[in-house]
Write a new protein. Structure first.
Length: 79
């Protein structure tokens, strides 16, 4: 990837990054990303869904399992 120039895009500013460069980096249009900005540095991090949002299409999840997935760690009884 070569140098990028900050440019006006609509009412915003942005960098245009080629599709092939984004694919090489593993970016996907179906994902959400968190932007972390520091002076002179921008980092994009893939936001992952919390466990309670996970989907298991080939598995049946019992109501007890859903309760455990949705529970906060502080609410889980100690054995």
């Amino acid at each position: 990837m070569g140098a990028l120039k900050l440019q006006k895009i609509g009412n915003s500013l942005g960098f245009r990054i080629s599709k092939s460069d984004l694919e090489k980096a593993g970016f996907d249009t179906n994902c959400e990303y968190e932007l972390i900005a520091e002076k002179g540095v921008i980092i994009l991090v893939n936001k992952r869904s919390p466990p309670s949002k996970w989907k298991f299409p080939q598995s049946k999840i019992e109501p007890e399992d859903v309760e455990w997935l949705d529970a906060k760690l502080s609410e889980i009884p100690k054995r």
